[in-house]
Design a protein around this ligand. Structure first.
Ligand code: CA
Length: 336
């Protein structure tokens, strides 16, 4: 039994299509009993696995939000065996603001897991997802893109799991699920600060779980949206919730790649304006110039040249021009 203060206004165990809200307490000066309404759609029929699909963990990442709105409207309950729980705008205040972080308290929702029932909006919502939704799930996918700051080659993304104990089979299941999603790239990585993410929370529950990176730059990329719409239906086919086999994209099967460590990142050593040497999705060499960091503070000094430290595909590139010291400006992926 959960001690969550979040009230789902749909019956998670009922059949058919239900559209409603999670009612999350958020006290304000002008509304002490105020709540924030987080949209939820449940489509269920018969018996089968439960799949949780989430988008809007970060509010400025749009392909997942639009693909899940489309799925929520068009998924026919009669075609489903099992249950699909859809949160198309999970961190609703950030989604409504078009921002990565919460306009309520500046929190990154994907650093809030496993949450705290009485820790405020984001923490109590994370706790509900962790303590109520994940325990009933077989599969989970949290749809991300690069956001305002980054642009990323469309990819299904899983964590590199320590190949021990209960995780031994989970890595293989993760890869199979990612391949089924059918993005151009299936990528395994060790994430910066993965611990408090939804993906890590799902893994702790033994749920076969994925994330994604499906574009970026704070825009809705039509090609990435098409990949995402096909991908979420592919996942449902892979899980056995929908009949049929996953459909392959026009680019063929997913290319399996990895970002094994932070040596595959290029970080800006100082504040500045980033001029990249290469476009996204270019093959690059270790030691080659990654770009120039321009410093407005010192007009007489030449820009700082940064180099790649690994050979591979320029998988993720800084999109916004302005960077701060410590920001990644490039991430290189290599074939698995
Ligand atoms: Ca994200």
């Amino acid at each position: 039994m959960t001690n969550s203060p979040v009230v789902p206004e749909v019956d998670l165990s009922a059949g058919g299509r239900q559209v409603g809200h999670l009612r999350v307490p958020q006290s304000r000066d002008d509304s002490g009993w105020g709540t924030i309404q987080v949209p939820i759609v449940v489509v269920a029929n018969g018996t089968g696995p439960t799949v949780l699909l989430t988008a809007g963990n970060h509010g400025d990442e749009y392909e997942g939000q639009v693909a899940l709105l489309d799925l929520a409207r068009t998924l026919d309950p009669g075609s489903v065996q099992g249950r699909v729980i859809i949160l198309p705008a999970m961190h609703y205040p950030a989604c409504a603001a078009g921002k990565r972080l919460s306009p309520l308290d500046g929190r990154d929702f994907n650093r809030c897991f496993p949450g705290d029932p009485f820790g405020g909006f984001a923490m109590s919502l994370a706790h509900f997802v962790d303590s109520v939704l994940l325990p009933v799930c077989d599969y989970q996918m949290d749809l991300h893109s690069g956001g305002t700051g980054m642009d990323i080659v469309p990819s299904a993304v899983g964590h590199i799991l320590d190949d021990a104990g209960d995780d031994a089979g989970l890595q293989a299941k993760t890869l199979a699920m990612a391949d089924a999603f059918g993005a151009p790239i299936t990528l395994l990585l060790r994430e910066v600060n993965a611990g408090p993410t939804l993906l890590a929370a799902a893994e702790k529950h033994g749920v076969v779980a994925l994330s994604s990176e499906l574009g970026g730059g704070g825009r809705l990329n039509p090609a990435a949206l098409a990949i995402t719409k096909r991908g979420v239906r592919n996942l449902l086919r892979h899980a056995g919730v929908l009949e049929g086999l996953p459909a392959t994209g026009e680019y063929g099967p997913s290319r399996r790649m990895t970002v094994p460590d932070l040596a595959h990142y290029v970080f800006a050593p100082a504040d500045g304006i980033w001029e990249a040497a290469d476009p996204l999705n270019t093959t690059v060499e270790a030691g080659a110039p990654a770009g120039l960091l321009h410093r407005i503070e010192d007009p007489a000094a030449p820009p700082i040249q940064l180099s790649y430290k690994a050979t591979g595909l320029l998988w993720c590139a800084r999109f916004a021009g302005r960077v701060k010291a410590g920001d990644p400006v490039a991430v290189i992926a290599r074939d698995m």
